[in-house]
Design a protein. Structure first.
Length: 688
């Protein structure tokens, strides 16, 4: 176990008071380690300074005999660098311009400036450091820390060097080790500074050396560095240490008392410990003082005693609470449940102690509806299921709540329970009936899906509407421009007919949009029935509908079975239904026939027979796929997006049928089999 781990465990220990001396000892050891590391760094730097003060030539002589160091010679005139010893240079000899690229970019300028000073004779010897790249081109850069000791070599009688001899010492391991030591020192310093216990160190004579953040806060230091009062007051002169510590042979001291320092406005209850630290020879080197502010803990203790007075009142309220809880659980469909492994039972509680239902663990699996659910399958071994926090939602038979007759959606939550030895003894949790909530969620999902579908259909409708309106408008404008240029009456008459057809198409589009808008506002279609001879009205309507046919291979047929049929209907709405039926038939019928007709028909409703008219439009067109037949009368639905139309016609027809208290539908055997659209509305023949 590392020192850091020991410190953490001691700080987290619930029996803190009993471990107080050990905690203090661990902290002191940490600080000693930090001091030793700092001393080592200082000692190394002193040795380095001594080495640099040695004669350069003597150092060079030793370096030449040392196999671990690289020695190179720089020929100033030839501008070449030759390897005398070592393998740092990639080749035995290289040109000066090839040497510089191996230097770290941040060190190149300093390196070149130093070399120039030695080469010019301004400096006879020099020592400097730089980073040397040892990785190859194309690889990730990797550098060594090199200390370079260079000496200028002169020819007899010359004042200008002819070469420079350099000893290259690899300091990479030292630099990295030095960084590690500095990081370790910072880490121990951080542990000391961030300790939850106030710590301070005094010299053997009793003078303050250092204090961590918590100690500075407890003692109200006037800065993060030191304190004017405590820095001038000797530890052996402060109460209570002046009475309990021997100035020359201090012993361990532990106490808990009220500490008062008026100069620092201190009035706190502290746990205080003093620990003398000796070196290997038994000499006192430090006095460590640890303090913990227990003012709040003391107040909490006093508050706990005051709370004892209130406990009696709380106990008197338990019975009332039990009653209210039972009522709440019944109202909200809640039950508390507990599994006890040694008794092999699961119990459902109504309240805190009243058992409502009880089952054996072997019966538990059969309570659930879905026996293939992974959770239910695992219940063959209940202990393996409840040994971790549980959250399950599924359907159960109504064995817990007796008033239910169908399987209920329930939510189950639980946590495991262990004995004092850590053995699983059961589980405790909450059972909640969420059947109504799940039903509401399903309804909400369906409504949301319907709303989303409606929104998408509306968006598609708006996207197509511009094209649908522009088509007849373009035809009207185009034919109107051509009309004055025509000379023969036949051509003019044909052009006028085309203009009128497109005007009629545009009018129907506008009427469909207006009807759809009125449905959004009022929710129903306004009906204005009048007295009509439907037989005569039907013949006139068929003459207009027949003109919609454009395919010569399609025959228009009608069936008018009665010479006269007087009744009360809304002519405009019936025309609207027939027009939508025939218009759709024309779009999807390319050969065969389109037949419209009607007949009297009685229907049974609520045990009564009602007279009415059955209106239909039969075609031999493309038919309607089975999978979309139930969507035909929905708003904005189009069987083929590439065929002109708003997708509102059939939905308006359905609204008309509903307004008449009638029915509407479609019969088709599928694709290629044609279709029949029909509507039945209640009405009675008026006898003259």
């Amino acid at each position: 176990m590392t020192i850091l781990t020991m410190t953490y465990l001691l700080l987290q220990s619930s029996s803190y008071l009993s471990l107080w001396p050990y905690l203090l000892l661990v902290v002191v050891v940490l600080l000693l380690v930090a001091v030793l590391i700092q001393n080592r760094i200082v000692r190394h730097r002193v040795n380095e300074s001594i080495a640099s003060a040695t004669s350069t030539y003597e150092m060079m002589e030793k370096a030449l005999k040392t196999a671990d160091n690289d020695v190179v010679i720089y020929d100033i005139a030839g501008k070449t660098i030759r390897r005398l010893r070592g393998n740092l240079l990639p080749t035995p000899e290289m040109r000066a311009e090839d040497f510089a690229p191996h230097i770290h970019p941040d060190d190149v300028d300093q390196f070149l400036a130093t070399v120039r000073q030695v080469a010019s004779g301004k400096m006879k010897s020099v020592e400097y450091s730089y980073r040397w790249r040892v990785s190859k081109d194309g690889e990730e850069p990797r550098y060594l820390y090199i200390r370079n000791n260079s000496v200028a070599k002169y020819s007899p009688g010359s004042s200008t060097p002819v070469s420079i001899i350099s000893v290259l010492v690899d300091e990479t391991d030292f630099r990295e080790h030095q960084q590690e030591e500095e990081e370790l020192t910072k880490r121990y310093r951080q542990i000391f500074e961030d300790s939850i216990v106030g710590l301070s160190f005094y010299s053997p004579e009793g003078w303050l050396l250092d204090a961590n953040k918590m100690m500075r806060e407890i003692c109200h230091f006037d800065s993060d560095v030191s304190d004017a009062f405590f820095s001038k007051v000797n530890l052996f002169d402060i109460a209570p240490f002046n009475e309990v510590l021997d100035r020359y042979h201090p012993n361990e001291y532990l106490a808990c008392s009220l500490s008062v320092v008026p100069e620092r406005e201190m009035y706190v209850y502290l746990e205080i410990g003093v620990h003398p630290i000796y070196d290997d020879q038994g000499k006192l080197i430090y006095l460590s003082v640890a303090a913990r502010d227990i003012t709040e803990e003391r107040e909490l203790y006093l508050q706990a005693k005051r709370n004892d007075v209130e406990i009696k009142k709380v106990n008197e309220s338990i019975q009332l609470y039990e009653k209210e809880l039972r009522y709440m659980m019944d109202t909200c469909g809640l039950r508390v449940w507990r599994i006890t492994l040694d008794r092999n039972v699961i119990e459902f509680y109504k309240g805190l102690s009243t058992v409502d239902k009880q089952f054996t663990l072997q019966q538990l699996k059969s309570i659930f509806v879905s026996q293939e659910d992974p959770f239910v399958r695992d219940l063959v071994n209940p202990a393996a299921v409840i040994d971790k926090p549980l959250s399950y939602m599924g359907r159960m038979h109504p064995v817990v709540s007796g008033r239910d007759v169908e399987p209920q959606w329930v939510q189950i939550n639980s946590i495991p329970e262990y004995d004092e030895k850590g053995n699983l003894k059961g589980a405790f949790g909450v059972w909640r009936n969420i059947h109504q909530l799940m039903q509401k969620q399903e309804q909400l999902r369906q409504e949301t899906e319907r709303a989303n579908d409606s929104g998408r259909m509306k968006s598609l409708f708006m996207a197509n509407m511009t094209h649908e309106i522009r088509t007849p408008l373009n035809a009207i404008v185009g034919f109107s421009d051509v009309l004055p240029l025509l000379t023969t009456p036949e051509e003019r008459q044909e052009m006028i007919r085309l203009i009128m057809d497109n005007c009629d198409m545009l009018l129907r589009l506008v009427n469909d949009i207006q009807d759809a808008a009125s449905l959004d506002i009022s929710g129903e279609v306004e009906m204005l029935p009048t007295r009509v001879d439907f037989s005569k009205y039907f013949d006139e309507l068929c003459e207009q509908l027949q003109q919609r046919l454009r395919e010569p291979t399609v025959t228009f047929m009608k069936e008018n079975p009665y010479p006269a049929y007087v009744t009360m209907i809304d002519e405009m709405r019936i025309r609207q239904v027939y027009t939508n039926f025939v218009t759709n038939a024309v779009k999807y019928t390319h050969q065969g026939h389109i037949k419209v007709g009607y007949r009297k028909e009685w229907r049974e409703e609520d045990g009564e027979s009602r007279e009415g008219l059955y209106l239909y439009c039969e075609d031999t067109g493309d038919g309607v796929p089975k999978e979309v037949q139930d969507k035909l009368f929905e708003r904005f639905f189009k069987l083929n997006d590439y065929i002109q139309g708003t997708g509102l016609g059939l939905s308006i027809c359905k609204a008309i049928a509903n307004a008449c208290h009638g029915y509407i539908g479609m019969d088709s055997e599928g694709v290629g089999c044609g279709s029949t659209f029909w509507m039945w509305i209640p009405c009675q023949e008026i006898k003259s």
